[in-house]
Design a protein around this ligand. Structure first.
Ligand code: GAP
Length: 431
């Protein structure tokens, strides 16, 4: 399957099955925004819950946070984003479309659209990606603020609050999931580069020491890589790629890249931010953000090893990786923990009240513990096909035998094989 074709199929499947719709579509859309539909919002929640469980719930050295999207603008001055959160922008002198100078493939693709003309570009200028907003009710006195360009700084500015209100000791981490906004010059590749997106980040504070920095950097690289493969992304589709050009805050940075239909591209980053954030926020706020070691009394600004992943990019790559065409079927071989629905329940025939009633009871009971889909439309083959495309691992059918012996058929998504199971055993079978 050619890559263009694959992305078109995935975008179409996402719309058809309620995963992702173009943002504000009835008004012609809004570039770089996407809406997650009924299936998409379930899968996105599963993804975030699994990350949170792994990062916060089962660990005893990480706490969670949920900070405000809008921050005092001084925070963005301190973080360096007002000055350095930029991409190099160039404009095509023929059609005035704007592009990122550092995205060579996109530049070349655009040049090809002007067939016989030689494209000339303007000098690159640094374009700031922070999205501006205005806060306040009195016109003329509203203050200009910025929607957060990364979710990191809501954690950094609360470093002292976290120390004072919990029992954390270095090394410890603070995890957060939330929206970020960037005025991307060229949003594209479906949700890959959006202007509104979500991040899942861990700020892991350690002793300010290069050896500790290297140890924890390597540790988190492996942890994050293992998380993606444990949830089903094929190993051969992931790799580490060190940054050649570091962000203004980083001492070291590596991306986990995914082999996308358009080539290797960034899934997430692991950064050694050193003491950049705490130092700068300390300086700009006039507050002392040092950590005091409770045993030695030593005071220092900890270093921060950050893992920063896009929720939307993770979502997209799980989907692409799971997309399968097999024996005339289209199916998403999603890990059951990620799939929007754990199972679907069908009455074999919709016009037999005794089957519908029995199936309905099973459906409502299972819903107490899992997200379960219901379908009674069309024939059973069409219902299986629809659930395959949503990635539902199991389809449970109530048929005439169910009325006699209280068993149902459970069909496995990947093998398409069916098994008869007692109603009382369904929960353990699909868990
Ligand atoms: N706090 C560090 C930070 O924000 P980043 O490399 O700029 O680092 C981290 O972003 C992750 O956020 C990326 O690896 C990607 O997964 C996601 N991300 C960044 N920009 C994005 C965009 N425009 N659309 C979707 N996801 C994006």
């Amino acid at each position: 399957m050619d890559t263009q074709n694959l992305m078109e199929k995935i975008v179409a499947l996402c719309k058809r099955r309620g995963f992702i719709y173009p943002g504000s579509e009835i008004y012609g859309g809004l570039a770089g925004t996407w809406d997650y539909g009924p299936a998409g919002s379930l899968m996105k929640k599963n993804l975030k819950d699994l990350w949170w469980k792994e990062m916060v719930q089962v660990r005893d050295d990480v706490v969670g946070m949920d900070s405000a999207i809008m921050m005092n603008p001084k925070a963005w001055e301190a973080s360096g984003h007002l000055e350095a959160f930029t991409d190099p922008l160039v404009e095509c002198k023929i059609c005035h479309q704007r592009f990122r100078q550092d995205k060579q493939a996109e530049i070349e693709e655009h040049e090809r659209t002007h067939k016989d003309q030689k494209v000339e570009w303007t000098e690159a200028k640094q374009f700031n990606l922070l999205v501006k907003a205005y806060l306040g009710v009195v016109e003329g006195k509203q203050s200009e603020i910025f929607l957060r360009g990364e979710i990191t700084n809501g954690v950094q500015v609360n470093f002292k609050n976290i120390l004072d209100s919990t029992r954390v000791r270095i090394p410890f981490g603070v995890a957060q999931i939330g929206k970020a906004f960037r005025n991307e010059i060229t949003p594209g590749n479906f949700t890959f580069r959006s202007r509104e997106f979500e991040q899942m980040e861990l700020q892991f504070y350690i002793k300010s020491d290069p050896e500790e920095g290297k140890k924890w950097f390597d540790y988190w690289k492996e942890e994050r890589m293992n998380w993606y493969t444990s949830l089903g992304i094929k190993k051969e589709n992931l790799r580490f790629k060190d940054h050649e050009k570091l962000s203004h805050y980083a001492k070291a940075a590596t991306d986990i890249e995914y082999q996308t239909p358009w080539g290797w591209d960034e899934l997430m980053g692991i950064h050694n931010r050193g003491d950049w954030d705490l130092k700068r926020h300390g300086e700009f706020s006039g507050q002392d953000l040092k950590y005091r070691d409770p045993f030695t009394g030593e005071e220092y600004l900890p270093w921060d090893i950050e893992t920063s992943a896009g929720v939307d990019r993770s979502f997209l790559f799980f989907l692409i990786d799971a997309y399968t065409e097999e024996d005339g079927r289209v199916l998403l071989k999603l890990n059951p923990k990620l799939a929007p629905f754990r199972a679907a329940v069908f009455p074999l025939l919709a016009n037999k009240p005794e089957l519908v009633e029995k199936a309905r009871k099973i459906y409502l009971d299972l819903k107490q513990n899992f997200m379960i889909a219901w379908d009674e439309r069309g024939n059973i083959g069409k219902r299986y096909a629809a659930q395959d495309e949503v990635g539902t691992p199991y389809c449970i059918t109530v048929d005439f035998q169910t009325l006699e012996d209280d068993t149902v058929t459970i069909r496995d998504r990947d093998s398409a094989k069916q098994e008869r199971v007692k109603i009382s055993d369904i929960t353990s079978a699909i868990r």
